[in-house]
Ligand binder design. Structure first.
Ligand code: ADP
Ligand code: MG
Ligand code: MG
Length: 245
């Protein structure tokens, strides 16, 4: 069975369908882009996967077992972690404190700062970050903060990482830094779901793509043999062949 498998997911807000019977399958070691025009239902789908919204209907299986994440914390416990655009870290705490907030290592009933520092350093080295973990988070760039948030989410969940428009406020160099991290996590067997509006980024980092339109599934394809124009046609629901002439 696949890492994550959603079948027939439905969700309505005040009687209006945001998702109408959507299937979505994520493999291990796969970066899967979710695409669609504004209002297609992308955010609603990932909010259902990450425990923000409940589903009205459909099934969700993680590692072959039926799951119903009841909250973001619950999804994390099950193995599905997420980082939001407004990265939920605390600016006035140190990097190490942010990484281990709420689960600090203790020794004789006291927070063990040395151990916390050691674990933080070890964790971030895996992400190619050699930074001062005792510095305040606010001293680092948006991109570094985002990678720290990803490191925390993966450390807490460990199977699936879900990112809704993670590149929105990054410059092209920072995007490449982020993608290097995602590729490393893919090598570790993580399944990654990413929403981005930039097709260049989709082709640069993703293996597969699922396209939604008006709350419905249009299709799922490998990106390796999907021409860009065909992908755009899938998103818009229109034939664009005439544009090539
Ligand atoms: P996308 O992320 O693809 O732009 P969304 O999942 O945000 O799409 O939205 C899909 C549809 O569901 C839209 O019509 C949107 O207005 C509606 N919707 C999403 N979240 C809510 C909400 N919390 N309350 C009411 N309607 C919502
Ligand atoms: Mg939207
Ligand atoms: Mg959205």
């Amino acid at each position: 069975y696949p890492l994550l498998e959603a079948r027939g997911i439905g969700k309505a807000f005040l009687g209006i369908a945001a998702l109408d019977g959507v299937d979505f399958t994520l493999g291990r070691g796969e970066i899967h882009a979710l695409l669609g025009e504004n209002g297609a239902g992308k955010s609603t789908l990932i909010k259902i996967l990450t425990g923000v919204y409940s589903r009205d209907r459909g099934t969700l299986q993680l590692d072959g077992a039926e799951v119903t994440p009841a909250s973001v914390a619950d999804a994390q416990k099950l193995g599905i972690g997420t980082v939001y655009q407004e990265v939920n870290l605390l600016e006035n705490l140190t990097v190490a404190e942010n990484l281990y907030l709420g689960r600090q290592p203790t020794r004789f009933g006291m927070i063990d700062r040395r151990e916390m520092r050691r674990r933080s350093k070890a964790l971030l080295t895996r992400y190619g970050l050699d930074i001062d973990v005792d510095a305040l988070l606010s001293s680092y760039s948006v991109a570094i903060r985002q990678i720290i948030a990803i490191a925390r989410a993966v450390d807490l969940s460990g199977k699936v990482l879900v990112l809704d428009e993670p590149t929105a406020s990054l410059d092209s160099h920072e995007v490449e830094t982020l993608f290097t991290v995602l590729r490393r996590l893919r090598e570790d067997g993580l399944g990654i779901v990413i929403i981005t509006h930039f097709l260049n980024q989709v082709y640069a980092v993703a293996d597969r793509v699922t396209v939604l339109r008006n709350g419905r599934l249009v299709g799922t394809r490998d990106l390796a043999n999907l021409p860009r124009l065909e992908l755009i046609s899938m998103m818009l629901g229109r034939e664009l062949q005439h544009m090539t002439r």
